[in-house]
Design a protein around this ligand. Structure first.
Ligand SMILES: O=C(O)CCC(=O)CC(=O)O
Length: 267
């Protein structure tokens, strides 16, 4: 994989690009960078042009200086495709990335091939998330980072009992990503993705591209019923539930995620 950069409406975006074939653009969750998809890149780069995105304000991308709208994130995807000379791509997204994958598929039907939306929602955030996530960010600002007493809540939002018990490398990855997060960028991203998240169900009714929605049985952030409601909002969407998997399916359960992607994208 080689580093490339795209100038976008939300700053400079770092991309890891490798392989040849139809393009597959992978956008991760809040607090994560493109390495969330390393197992997918390793598996698919012999047949796909894999593009791993460090989303705005995360990893090697520019810090965020303001909150954003979801339509701007969809525009970022278009600008990434333009920068790489890609006409049309599969969009594979997790949580924030899944929400944006839906926005992109609805607003840019000429640039989307197929979309796989994992651990995501089309609904506005509930009261608990509207309070808990901003409170976490306030605490992170006071502590100078996502550290100390914040590690537990972050781990609980992302991982379920199976990963916490049986996948120490996944736990270590989440701790490491959280500790490296730029708190000001995370503040803007959380504001945009949680309390200001739009209800996208009506917009998603206009999606024409084939879509697969994936839920994790152990996902405490977006339980199966909420992700199922997202699938129900998208005409003809396929829906799958992964057992022993929480909020970061691609990292926690790469074998089954790769099999789902293979079935859905290689047809
Ligand atoms: O809205 C929520 O409850 C959480 C949003 C979230 O975690 C997004 C993400 O993981 O990208």
């Amino acid at each position: 994989m080689e580093d490339q950069y795209a100038e976008t409406v939300l700053g400079r975006i770092r991309l890891r690009v490798g392989g040849d074939g139809p393009a597959m653009v992978c956008w991760p969750s809040l607090l994560m960078d493109g390495t969330l998809w390393d197992a997918q890149a390793a598996y698919f780069a012999d047949r796909f042009r894999v593009v791993l995105v460090d989303p705005p304000g995360h990893g090697g991308s520019s810090p965020l200086t303001r909150p954003f709208e979801f339509v701007e994130c969809a525009r970022v995807v278009v600008q990434i495709l333009d920068a790489l000379g890609i006409d049309r791509a599969h969009l594979v997204g997790n949580s924030w990335g899944g929400m944006i994958g839906g926005t992109f598929a609805a607003l840019h039907p000429d640039r989307i091939d197929r979309a796989v939306l994992m651990n995501a929602t089309a609904s506005p955030a509930g009261l608990r998330q509207r309070i808990e996530y901003p409170a976490l960010v306030v605490a992170a600002r006071l502590l100078g980072g996502m550290r100390g007493p914040l590690v537990g809540p972050v781990r609980d939002a992302f991982l379920g009992p199976t990963s916490k018990r049986d996948r120490p490398s996944v736990v270590a990855y989440v701790n490491d990503m959280a500790s490296r997060a730029d708190v000001e960028s995370v503040r803007h991203a959380v504001t945009s993705v949680v309390p200001r998240r739009p209800d996208q169900r009506q917009l998603f009714a206009s999606i024409k591209a084939p879509v697969l929605v994936v839920a994790g049985r152990e996902d405490a952030t977006f339980p199966v019923a909420e992700t199922q409601a997202m699938a129900d909002a998208i005409p003809g969407a396929a829906f799958a539930v992964l057992e022993r998997t929480a909020h970061l399916a691609a990292l926690e359960n790469p074998t089954e995620v790769n099999a789902l992607l293979e079935d859905f994208l290689v047809q």
